[in-house]
Design a protein around this ligand. Structure first.
Ligand SMILES: [Zn+2]
Length: 433
């Protein structure tokens, strides 16, 4: 279902809206956000220099570092009395980065998430169970707002207590589940332990997944666990820019539709900052063009993706971004080689004898890094020969794809830690210098 007719405008209509909103935003930011005005002045620019969408590329970037330097509210365009809500990133990689909403921003948030939830199969008849932790994290609140706007009934069960989650799911007749991919897998596992076969005994038909990457291999595992016909989509958000609602997949499977009347996406060369043509891989930069409290202009997300502007079979005309291979914060550097945990996940899930649970352990050995992948077997086996064969297969695949010699440690089923929120797949024991 297409939630809003704004998702089907012609490119010319959409560009007209974007231009009007961009010019208004730049004028307001220049007037009210001192650190951004200084950046524009340093680049020799005033709002009068920005007269078209093409001029966007002249404007300076904002980085996470800028937000940290002006913590907490230096990039806000409104006085505190007009704030309606403050959320924040957890700050696992440094100072937390708050995100501020005016009343109008909350309304835009609901609209954006309602669109992506609808694109993922949500309907007003749904009973939607939200298994994201409620609190400072934008995920739970954003999905609740969006699904409410769609007209679904909300079960805000939050994270944790899987048996209780399944009790609600069964007794309330939950039809839509919001969770991280790893928690959705965990719930299916706990269900089986209770004698429930998710595809047969539960009524879930839509999985709106987020907050963690969804690899194609994990999507396939999800179908095995929850049923062939279940709608499975992922979406993209970033708390600094609003939270969930920037883009989301439709059911045609051709990428994530960007809510372009609220956000202008660009792809740049991360080294030179030059804007790259359609279809090229580069860093995603987002400009908020309808945000009252915290309108970030040309915010560098650090995430690598591509953009495509061809119309989609679903009927939406908004551009699509390719599903990410990894978030910039998740990238690992092992003996100089850059890799994402999702690459390890794809390999692990391609071996039928292995289950979907794994852990990457990084240690320092002399002057080099040692990487070990601990992974659970799908079923118990005592045959040394079989174990050796599996280990050899995984090692060879890791070597081919990542170009690294990685140790593999096979574990019995159900030995690795399970997560009720975002999975922690990496244990980095290397000393930071
Ligand atoms: Zn589509």
């Amino acid at each position: 279902m297409i939630f809003s007719k704004q998702e089907t405008l012609s490119r010319a209509e959409l560009r007209a809206i974007q231009k009007e909103r961009l010019l208004e935003t730049v004028g307001r930011v220049y007037e009210r956000v001192a650190p951004y005005r200084e950046k524009m002045q340093a680049a020799g620019l005033t709002p009068a220099d920005i007269t078209s969408l093409d001029d966007l590329k002249k404007l300076p970037f904002i980085t996470k570092q800028d937000l940290r330097e002006h913590y907490p509210f230096g990039f806000c365009a409104l006085p505190r009395e007009q704030f309606a809500r403050v959320h924040s990133s957890s700050g696992t990689t440094g100072k937390p980065t708050p995100t501020v909403f005016a009343k109008s921003d909350l309304d835009v948030w609901s609209e954006c998430v309602a669109r992506i939830a609808s694109a993922g199969g949500a309907t007003p008849e749904d009973m939607a169970q939200i298994c994201f932790g409620f609190g400072m994290f934008t995920g739970a609140e954003g999905l609740q707002r969006g699904l409410e706007r769609v007209g679904a009934a909300i079960v805000p069960s939050s994270a944790g207590n899987s048996e209780k989650q399944l009790l609600y799911m069964k007794d309330f007749g939950t039809t839509l589940l919001v969770a991280t991919p790893s928690y959705a897998m965990r719930l299916s596992e706990v269900a089986r332990g209770l004698g429930l076969e998710p595809a047969r005994d539960l009524t879930v038909r839509t999985l709106v997944l987020g907050s963690e990457l969804l690899t194609d291999a994990m999507r396939e595992e999800m179908r095995l666990a929850w049923g062939r016909d279940v709608n499975i989509t992922t979406n993209y958000g970033m708390s600094e820019l609003m939270g969930p609602g920037i883009s989301g997949e439709c059911l045609e499977g051709g990428g994530l539709h960007v809510n372009e009347d609220f956000f202008i996406p660009e792809i740049i060369d991360p080294k030179t900052g030059e804007v790259l043509p359609e279809g090229e891989l580069g860093e995603l930069v987002i400009t908020c063009i309808k945000r009252e409290a915290m309108p970030l202009v040309r915010y560098r997300t650090g995430d690598l993706t591509r953009l495509f502007y061809a119309p989609c079979r679903c009927g939406r005309t908004t551009c699509r971004m390719e599903n990410l291979q990894g978030r910039s914060d998740d990238m690992l550097k092992v003996n100089g080689v850059r890799l994402f945990p999702s690459q390890v996940e794809e390999i692990v899930l391609s071996v039928p004898e292995l289950g979907p649970h794994y852990e990457i352990v990084l240690e320092r050995e002399g002057y080099s890094d040692r990487m070990t992948v601990r992974v659970e077997l799908a079923t118990v086996t005592d045959s040394f020969r079989v174990l050796e064969e599996i280990e050899r297969t995984v090692k060879a695949k890791l070597k081919t794809v990542l170009g690294l010699s990685i140790r593999v440690k096979l574990e019995s089923p159900n030995t690795l830690e399970r997560f009720e929120g975002k999975a922690k797949r990496v244990k980095d024991l290397r000393k930071k210098d």
